[in-house]
Design a protein around this ligand. Sequence first.
Ligand code: TYD
Length: 206
Amino acid sequence: MFITFEGPEGGGKSTQIKLLSEVLQTLGHQITQTREPGGTVTGNKIRQIVLEDVELHIEPLTEFLLYSASRAQLVREVIRPALQEGHVVLCDRYFDSSLAYQGFGRGLDLRFLQDVTWEATGGLRPHLTFLLDLQPRIGLERAASRGQFDRLEQADLQFHERVREGFLNLAAAEPERFYVIDATRSAEAIHQEIVQVVKSTLIFKH
Ligand code: TYD
């Protein structure tokens, strides 16, 4: 089973992935935990280009292609092999982030993004996607208090509003894949909800 975590900055994705991973391991599942951009040696080099240099000017199209390149590598090197071995794969961001950030946020054509994404992923879609939704203003304050202000987080609030709306649109278009969570609730409450959904989905799929 392939589960992704999506949403605006500061929604607590990494905390939730860690907590879910622990529970699933206790239940006897083998877990592969990864993230985008990154998750492979090549992907981490791409991550350095897109996220770490705040001074770097990157065109939206270039940015999208770099994320897609990281994704192509991750799917082939990590995600598919792990799924074939029967692992539950937990991924911090996947192609929905490109659709929300580069599509809805930067205004690139969604059909084009979907076509490239199809090639990059070989058509591999998550079975379940958690959208940790919150107002960008709150999320950015949270991210800033962690001292993690990367290049994208410095972009204006309106951009982040478009990204959030984008995610909500994607979720509404695919209700059978997405599960939307109010990320302003406590980490523990969110965790319990996620565990319930994952457990029922695992039972349903097997
Ligand atoms: P992430 O590492 O999840 O950081 P955070 O914890 O701050 O959310 O995401 C890194 C950034 O990369 C985030 O600002 C979203 C952006 N991103 C895109 O714009 N497009 C993409 O396809 C992906 C995967 C990430």
